[in-house]
Design a protein around this ligand. Structure first.
Ligand code: ASP
Length: 329
């Protein structure tokens, strides 16, 4: 009888058991070093603002610094790929928005699998959007903007944060509903885009209240409408785009938190608890309320709640994006 085979099996079984015990033990101690929260857009924009706000209470909860890092480019897909391909240890966490669900329809070849390459931590916030323009644009309301676009269709520029950004999605819906294609100006985030709106270098931008509200209130930009079906509590006198003729126009920038697939449950549970702790923080709540940003419902601040959202949003946007002809090869 060959006793070598059972012996070999026993050795590999013990080896495997030791390996999984050591992963669990590490997971139990998590985090033992700083955690990086990856923002898929440039600093100074709305996703960055939410990440920096959350990083303070998350640091408190985890007992390790949560560092915000901006990995901008390709509408958020570079950052998503970076986190998808990272070690399965929970030290690289992604804060992304609705763009994670539109990218599969926009890009013919995504380097990661949206549904299978991530552990889902939970939904975070829902931010409404506003269509704004540079202050010196000779159109101060939506009706005048339409007339201006019709007369100047070859010269009007529309900023966005690249294909996969919610600003691009909003701009694409706007131009396709109008039936007038406008020149798109891509940035690495809407932080730099709004700087150019304020400087008068680009004409229009559709962006989250997180980024636009302070400039709207300071009267530094023209505001043409909001992207929700109902008016915003922070801007009760501002009509929605839906009300002004863009029937059914609705874009909400919902956000979610992810880490790489295969990260131990002990770690993802801790990240979920840290996220819940951050969303319950009184300063975070007050700041988000000021920005008209809504915290996700408790049942959505869960892995299942986020996965459900990503799946249904992929299904919702794919035909709309296909019909619009936006496609990156
Ligand atoms: N929210 C922006 C967008 O997707 C990007 C950013 O956060 O800078 O358009």
């Amino acid at each position: 009888m060959n006793i070598m085979k059972p012996l070999k099996n026993l050795v590999s079984f013990v080896g495997l058991a030791i390996f999984s015990i050591s992963i669990t033990a590490h997971a139990d101690e998590y985090p033992t070093k700083p955690v990086t929260l990856v923002v898929p857009f440039a600093a100074g924009g709305p996703t960055d603002a939410v990440a920096r706000l959350l990083s303070i209470p998350m640091t408190k909860f985890l007992g390790q610094t949560v560092i915000v890092e901006n990995t901008a480019g390709a509408g958020g897909t570079i950052a998503a790929n970076r986190v998808a391909k990272s070690p399965k240890d929970g030290y690289l966490v992604l804060l992304h928005h609705i763009g994670i669900s539109t990218a599969p329809a926009l890009y013919s070849k995504l380097p990661y699998d949206t549904l299978n390459d991530f552990e889902y931590i939970g939904q975070v916030v829902n931010a409404p959007m506003t269509l704004i323009g540079r202050k010196n644009l000779p159109a101060t309301n939506y009706k005048d903007l339409l007339a201006y676009i019709q007369k100047n269709r070859d010269k009007v520029t529309l900023a966005n944060a690249g294909p996969g950004a919610v600003s691009q999605l909003c701009g694409m819906l706007f131009t396709s509903q109008l039936g007038i294609p406008l020149t798109q100006v891509p940035y690495k985030g809407t932080g730099p885009a709004i700087t150019d709106i304020l400087g008068g270098q680009v004409d229009l931008l559709c962006d989250q209240t997180t980024n636009t509200l302070s400039h709207i209130k300071a009267d530094k930009v023209n505001l043409y409408g909001t992207t929700t079906l109902k008016r915003l509590s922070s801007l009760p006198n501002v009509p929605t785009l839906n009300e002004q003729g863009l029937k059914g126009f609705q874009v909400v920038a919902w956000h979610g938190m992810y880490t790489s697939k295969g990260t131990p449950t002990l770690v993802t549970d801790k990240l979920n608890a840290a996220l819940k702790f951050a969303l319950a923080d009184s300063e975070v709540k007050a700041r988000l309320a000021e920005l008209n940003v809504e915290i996700a419902a408790p049942e959505d601040v869960t892995p299942a709640g986020l996965k459900r959202q990503v799946e249904s949003e992929i299904k919702k946007w794919a035909p709309i994006i296909k019909a619009s002809g936006s496609y990156i090869d």
